[in-house]
Ligand binder design. Structure first.
Ligand SMILES: Cc1ncc(COP(=O)(O)O)c(C=O)c1O
Length: 397
């Protein structure tokens, strides 16, 4: 391959100068649709995974104060000790398990935590078994490392989305390095119950596999205070990495703050990876994170109440449309619904923008099982959601 790209600097060789794995990374269909719809008059954008409210006061104030107080220098690679202590206390409180500070590494977002995990575990050709439909960044983080994502499909039935864990185990072969579970799941809202968490952990332990658990939606659940965590069923030395984020629970998507929990012995390895990538997370951002953990429970409670009402409004309206197939999700903040007779979700998402100015994420973004589906984020103002579902009824009814 010796293609060239012409730009202001002249012809640049492509393909023979960068890693083919990187050149082959797909563009996210979610971004394609957002680019298509951005700026359209009257558009109601529900394509991304974030709410429409700014970060609440006690949290944003802590960040602003920290900048004013001069917290603008290089800092601890694995995170401010006070933030790591606050995370340890938070995890102990929410999951009722001790998580010592030594196991915790602060990262510049959940996505960075996922990428660090893949950098740590995945050599070229290694396989990662991933429960799907799934957020595309996870699959592509494996690909960045020249690893091979192996999707294990869930099933949508009358009981909602379910995973047959035997299928997950059957997908693990000699090249498998890790099992990736995102519960509560994006886009489905599916929650893996504690019995299955235990079975997956036991299976991984017996095979010497890693479990990577993406728990960024762990507090966005509607039938209990928090989703069960792998931390509750694992031993401290188990090959388990839990990735998490401040983005969703505390409405901090733009702050870029997350964390990882790993076996203690992995700490120095992760410290190196932080050093050689971001060289630490801004201290003033971390100060906001401390405020979120120490003062942010009302923020989480308000967000969950708002999302529950948004979910109920959207589900009730969409369930009335005969062509749609959906289940009201127990977690996360998305409704992921199938439109009977539709086989090209990108074309359908474009049509909805053109005809009724509603922006949804196309199901094709979420793996092979997602085609024919659309994802709607209901973390939005209720009058906007009501208007959006009215418009969808016109286009899809
Ligand atoms: C399943 C899942 N994991 C991780 C993330 C990353 O969140 P962030 O990078 O904003 O912390 C997201 C964001 O949408 C997500 O949906």
């Amino acid at each position: 391959m010796n293609r060239t790209r012409h730009d202001a600097g002249g012809a640049m060789p492509l393909g023979d100068s960068i890693r083919p794995t990187i050149e082959a990374l797909p563009h996210s269909p979610i971004a394609t649709i957002a680019d298509y719809g951005h700026g359209r008059p009257g558009i109601i954008p529900l394509w991304f995974g974030e709410g429409d409210l700014p970060t609440p006061e006690p949290i944003s104030e802590a960040g602003i104060r920290a900048i004013r107080d001069g917290h603008v220098f290089y800092t601890y690679q694995r995170g401010l000790p006070r933030l790591r202590e606050a995370l340890s206390a938070y995890l102990g409180r929410v999951h009722d398990v001790p998580v010592p500070v030594e196991r915790i590494t602060v990262t510049s977002s959940g996505m960075t935590a996922i990428m660090k995990t893949m950098q740590t575990l995945v050599d070229p050709g290694d396989e990662v078994a991933i429960v799907s439909p799934v957020w595309p960044n996870i699959v592509n983080a494996v690909r960045v490392m020249a690893g091979v994502p192996v999707e294990v499909p869930m099933h949508l039935g009358n009981q909602g989305w379910t995973l047959d864990v035997e299928r997950l185990f059957a997908a693990c072969g000699p090249r498998t390095k890790a099992i990736f579970v995102n519960s509560p799941g994006n886009p489905t809202g599916w929650i893996m119950e504690r019995g299955d968490l235990r079975r997956v952990m036991d299976f991984a332990r017996s095979r010497g596999l890693w479990v990577v658990s993406d728990e960024v939606y762990s507090r966005l659940v509607y039938d209990r205070p928090a989703a069960p965590s792998f931390l509750e069923v694992a031993e401290p030395e188990d090959r388990l990495i839990v990735v998490n984020s401040f983005s969703k629970n505390w409405m901090m998507t733009g702050w870029r703050l997350g964390w990882m929990v790993a076996p203690e012995w992995l700490g120095p390895v992760l410290e190196n990876l932080v050093q050689y990538s971001t060289s630490g997370t801004p201290a003033f951002v971390q100060e906001a994170g401390i405020a979120a953990l120490e003062e942010g429970e009302p923020v989480v409670a308000d967000l969950v109440a708002r999302c529950r009402a948004g979910r109920d409004l959207v589900c009730a309206a969409l369930e009335r449309l005969p062509r749609l197939r959906l289940t009201c999700p127990p977690g996360a903040f998305y409704v992921f619904f199938r439109v009977e007779g539709e086989t090209d979700s990108v074309a359908l998402a474009r049509r909805l923008i053109d005809e009724v100015a509603v922006g949804l994420a196309p199901g094709a973004a979420f793996g092979s099982g997602g085609e024919g589906y659309l994802r709607l984020c209901f973390a939005a103002r209720h009058d906007r959601l009501a208007e959006a579902v009215d418009r969808l009824a016109r286009a899809l009814g």
